[in-house]
Ligand binder design. Structure first.
Ligand SMILES: O=C([O-])CC(=O)C(=O)O
Ligand SMILES: [Mg+2]
Length: 229
């Protein structure tokens, strides 16, 4: 059995840099409200963000041997994504492994399990997203597949899928859809910029600006206006 597949179909870097212009929430909306990983997966520092192709790892809960193998074989630009059994009671990655990732030019590390050394991780600034922060170490025992599709944070992530993470969380984008998603993000941002400008001007009520007048009427919204004397 092959454990480590090193041949990953990585996306066109232009698609990665195109998506990196937009927030995870905007991308999620723009691609039809899909691809959001569980809200539990958050950066150890809200200032951390990333965009890059997934290098996937299946690890046993409380075991980081395959994480160490993955760091060895990942290429500059990759995002290591670990399905670690959603196990919160483990610090499966810390500042030593983060320094290794950073020195290799990897883009980010994501796990549905836990990480530790969070103060040092924040100082290093290498983007680390996890389901928990925990002081307990892991064993190094059980082999598992690298660069097979994984289920992480409630989403299927395939090697080479594009992940975008920021303070709000992580979204996964199918590279085949990325060009369309980037265009939808751009349209959405333009519309939101217009909305902000209208709000600043106080041009209309929020209900009118957001196109909710008819919907609220159809639902029978009743508003008790202050009596005008
Ligand atoms: O030792 C480990 O397995 C994880 C860790 O704390 C580090 O990378 O610094
Ligand atoms: Mg450590």
């Amino acid at each position: 059995m092959i454990h480590v597949r090193t041949k990953v179909d990585r996306p066109d870097p232009e698609l990665v840099s195109g998506l990196s212009e937009y927030s995870a929430a905007t991308i999620h909306e723009a691609q039809g409200r899909k691809g959001a990983l569980s809200h539990r997966l958050k950066p150890v520092d809200p200032a951390m963000s990333f965009c890059g192709p997934a290098f996937t790892v299946s690890a046993q809960a409380g075991d980081n041997i395959m994480v160490q193998v993955a760091i060895t074989y990942a290429q500059p630009g990759d995002v290591i994504v670990v399905a670690g059994g959603e196990f919160p009671q483990a610090g499966s990655f810390g500042d030593v492994l983060a320094t290794a990732c950073h020195s290799k030019g990897l883009t980010a590390f994501v796990t549905d399990s836990g990480v530790r050394d969070s103060a040092e991780l924040r100082k290093l600034g290498f983007p680390v997203f996890s389901g928990s922060v925990c002081i307990e170490g892991t064993v190094k025992e059980t082999l598992g597949p690298i660069n097979q599709p994984i289920s992480v944070g409630g989403q299927i992530v395939r090697p080479g899928d594009i992940l975008r993470g920021d303070a709000d969380g992580i979204v996964v984008v199918d590279p085949a859809e990325a060009k369309t998603v980037i265009e939808s993000c751009r349209e959405r941002e333009e519309h939101e910029a217009w909305l902000r400008a209208q709000h600043r001007r106080g041009a209309a009520t929020l209900i009118e600006l957001h196109g909710l007048t008819e919907k609220l009427k159809a639902k029978g919204l009743v508003v008790e206006e202050d009596a005008v004397s």
